[in-house]
Write a protein that binds this ligand. Structure first.
Ligand SMILES: [Zn+2]
Length: 841
């Protein structure tokens, strides 16, 4: 039982220790705010599907006004979306969005959790979602989150009663939460979890409704609100100097890769939650009404509360360290409390308050940003007491190692103590990398075998420095992750995680290599050293039919951080084929098959992600005409690189340089995804694009979104065309060629049904639903149970040239090496001039 309780405490607390590296140093008013939270014993969990679904106004309100322990369970990490600020997509986007959620929670005071569900892309109905996710597993993860977090109150972002009206992931999140509310307390459900945790019954379940779910403000005003609780989430916090909605806007502005940077809000705003399960709070706008949230709810807690309520009431803002004796006494009493959940949680909160009240600064900083398993590392320790309290630094140890210093030295007021610890990194230390990406999952699920990791936002850090301090004979241990701490002249002081990396990693410069003919290609593999003086061999593994000039090549790198590029010559088979090649580093008897991807932005801590290193190689028999392609970059896509692979020479066109006649030199001009949404200047350049077509040019416009398009800009095409929100999300949906004679499906590559096999994520999005008679639709496709969508690719002659609009997701298919998508794109670029120019009005 002891072991179980200690372990339970471990699970509960890890969620509190995120890897935000910057040490938190609280001012008096912030300490006071923490004290108020310390004295509230209630928990709320908000549940939705994606990063950005969460209502930060409500999370901030629960955390800062109600002062509850507040969590957000996002079932996915948002891997399936788009990225407005950089190249990360799929699992790397999930890593970035995880960090953006953590950044949001650091501002609104919430905690962050996930399930193993993978955001596989848009789905229209929860039936589809729950089939692609493993419903039983994701439901189990929600139950696990509830059993560990122990919420009194759960709030769903979405309505579980309205499948088909929003993203299938959204409705699914609400349906699973609705089911898990009772299952969490059923000892026969997911009983294996109960070896590690306990059952739990939340008291109330709400749905965070709003006028949006009713179609209009008027309809919502008329709706029956007898089951609703109304909260004013515009409340002002003098202690923090901000309104709740200001904090919320700051938090949601962390979702930068989704373009959520926004203005802050102030003033009264109403938020409604509708009761789904449990009893309606009586005459109250308090969702915790009737739930004991005082220290009395814990056996033995009353005595702790008596001390802590008095500290809160008599708090000395000018000299908070005055309260140290009472806080230490409360801490001691708290250790006798017979409730592992509250004991662990409140001990951690109380220790943080003690640290801040004493102005204590404890830091363990590694001398370099990373080391390797079996490597060495010097850690610099700083310990400082900025109060007049008598504090003795008894010992400093580093977890996962046997290193311990026992200085037993008095920390005198404002006299800094420093120490050095030489670490031998154990050979068995795991690499630092997101735990959910360590093994290959499925389309709908990440594979995580270790139950203790499920739900955690990040991989727990391997090395924690433990500072044992003694206050008047009472020992307390404080844990701090070992960090890397440095300064950049143009950025100031920076903190980042200290990481464990392999001695070397290898990566291909291109993730997809298209062999458009039988000629061999030179393949560059870059070996990057993460240790000094490494020497080994690199083997290139490939499948049958492909041939390489040497099975392995030697490398030797003197300094960590340096790279060496090795060139292999790869010859494709004669017939069409698609397979993978991967590099294997052979070094000191180890085989390393990983590549390292760094994600580096100012608003989140730097992330090191280790992924299986591989490149897709595709042998195609593709024909094309034309050579020089002009590309106008939109929101960012990898289509230009893909076109280079099949032999086009792609020129990036700066919108400012577009002028009369400037495009005439290109065989075709392609407009990147969402260009008209993100490049305002293009609307003034549209006439030059049409001039280019009129004179015989070939213009291909990829998808733009309908919503922001609106009335901003009307001449998207030379003839009227209306974008809609039509999309076909099933990448396997049947495609019918409706204009079999059309050049787009005949020249120079014959396109047939097989060319629509092996597509990824979706067919396409924001298809036009109305177009002028000059346009010819070529394909028809639909998702299950929906009407046929014919606007995925439209072509119209204009003057001597052609205008093509396509919502097909080439930006996903080409980088994924989908053969049919290459052929279709080559056909769009190869359309011949009209012999008979169209008559223009
Ligand atoms: Zn969403």
């Amino acid at each position: 039982m002891r072991y179980f309780l200690a372990f339970l405490a471990g699970i509960l607390l890890c969620s509190n220790i995120t890897n935000a590296q910057k040490p938190v140093q609280q001012s008096s008013s912030e300490i006071y705010h923490s004290l108020e939270k310390l004295n509230f014993l209630g928990t709320a969990l908000y549940i939705a599907a994606h990063p950005d679904d969460e209502n930060t106004r409500l999370i901030s309100y629960l955390s800062n006004e109600t002062k509850a322990r507040t969590g957000y369970l996002s079932l996915t990490r948002g891997d399936g979306g788009q990225n407005l600020i950089g190249p990360e997509l799929r699992e790397l986007l999930g890593v970035l969005r995880t960090q953006e959620l953590l950044a949001a929670r650091r501002i609104d005071g919430g905690e962050q959790f996930f399930s193993r569900a993978n955001d596989f892309g848009y789905s229209k109905h929860p039936d589809e979602t729950l089939e692609i996710w493993n419903k039983e597993a994701v439901l189990g993860d929600v139950v696990w989150a509830i059993r560990n977090f122990k919420p009194d109150v759960i709030i769903n972002r979405f309505d579980h009663r309205s499948p088909g009206t929003t993203h299938g992931h959204h409705t699914s999140s609400a349906m699973l939460s609705f089911e898990a509310f009772d299952l969490a307390n059923d000892k026969n459900a997911y009983s294996k979890q109960l070896e590690l945790t306990e059952t739990w019954q939340p008291q109330r379940l709400f749905f965070n409704t709003s006028w949006w779910f009713y179609g209009s403000q008027e309809k919502f005003d008329e709706a029956d609100k007898s089951k609703m609780v109304n909260l004013d989430i515009g409340t002002y916090y003098p202690i923090l100097g901000r309104s709740n909605n200001e904090i919320a806007a700051l938090a949601s502005s962390q979702h930068l890769c989704q373009g959520f940077g926004r203005l802050s809000q102030r003033g009264t705003e109403n938020e409604y939650v509708e009761l789904l399960k449990g009893s309606m709070p009586k005459n109250s706008n308090d969702i915790f009404e009737g739930i004991d949230t005082s220290w009395s709810r814990v056996p033995g807690g009353k005595a702790v509360g008596e001390i802590l309520y008095a500290v809160e009431e008599n708090f000395d803002f000018a000299n908070p360290s005055k309260h140290l004796p009472q806080l230490l006494e409360a801490y001691e009493l708290l250790q006798k409390v017979d409730d592992p959940y509250w004991k662990a949680l409140k001990s951690q909160e109380l220790k943080n308050i003690i640290l801040n009240v004493g102005g204590l600064y404890l830091e363990a900083s590694a001398e370099t940003a990373f080391s390797n398993p079996g490597g060495k590392m010097k850690v610099n320790i700083e310990a400082l007491n900025r109060s007049s309290a008598d504090i003795i630094l008894k010992s400093i140890s580093i977890s996962s190692t046997d290193k311990e210093l026992k200085p037993s030295i008095a920390l005198k007021n404002n006299e800094k103590q420093t120490f050095e610890i030489d670490l031998d990194i154990p050979e068995a230390t795991d690499y630092t990398s997101p735990y959910w990406l360590r093994e290959k999952g499925t389309l709908g699920m990440y594979k995580v075998d270790n139950q203790k990791l499920i739900g955690k936002p990040e991989t727990p850090r391997a090395f924690l420095a433990k500072f044992q301090l003694e206050f008047n004979g009472k020992a307390l241990t404080f844990e701090k992750p070992v960090i890397y701490h440095y300064a950049k002249p143009d950025k100031g002081e920076l903190f980042q995680p200290f990481e464990i990396l392999p001695e070397a990693t290898a990566s291909f410069s291109d993730k997809v290599l298209i062999f458009a003919d039988g000629e061999p290609k030179k393949i560059s593999v870059t070996v990057k050293a993460h240790a000094d003086n490494i020497k080994g061999e690199l083997q290139l593994s490939h499948s049958k039919g492909w041939a390489v000039d040497a099975e392995s090549k030697p490398f030797k790198i003197a300094n960590k951080g340096d790279e060496q590029t090795l060139i292999f010559t790869l010859t494709p088979p004669a017939d069409e084929d698609a397979s993978f090649i991967s590099p294997i580093i052979k070094l000191n008897g180890k085989e390393i098959t990983k590549e390292l991807v760094m994600i580096d932005y100012d608003h989140v801590p730097t992330q090191s992600v280790l992924l299986p290193s591989e490149a897709k190689v595709v042998r195609l028999n593709i024909k094309k005409s034309g050579e020089h392609i002009g590309y106008i970059v939109g929101a960012g896509d990898e289509v230009p690189e893909s076109l280079s692979q099949i032999g086009y020479i792609v020129h990036t066109i700066e919108p400012s340089s577009i002028a009369k006649g400037s495009l005439d030199k290109y065989d075709a001009v392609v407009v990147g995804i969402r260009a008209y949404n993100v490049v305002d200047e293009l609307k003034f350049k549209q006439r030059y694009l049409f001039d280019y077509v009129e004179k015989g040019g070939n213009l291909v416009v990829q998808y733009n979104t309908a919503s922001r398009w609106g009335d901003q800009f009307e001449n998207l095409a030379p003839y009227p065309i209306t974008l809609s929100r039509d999309r076909v999300t099933d990448e396997n949906s049947a495609v019918e060629i409706i204009d079999k004679k059309n050049t787009l499906v005949n020249y120079p590559n014959k396109i047939d049904a097989a060319d629509f096999n092996g597509w990824v994520q979706e067919r396409g999005l924001y298809f036009p639903d109305k177009w002028a008679k000059e346009f010819t639709p070529v394909l028809s496709m639909s998702d299950k149970g929906e009407s046929d969508k014919k606007g995925s690719i439209l072509i119209a002659p204009y003057g001597k040239g052609n205008y093509i609009y396509t919502g097909l997701s080439f930006f996903r298919e080409l980088p994924a090496g989908v053969p049919g998508a290459y052929k279709l794109f080559a056909n769009m670029l190869s359309v011949e001039k009209n012999v008979q120019p169209t008559k223009l009005n």
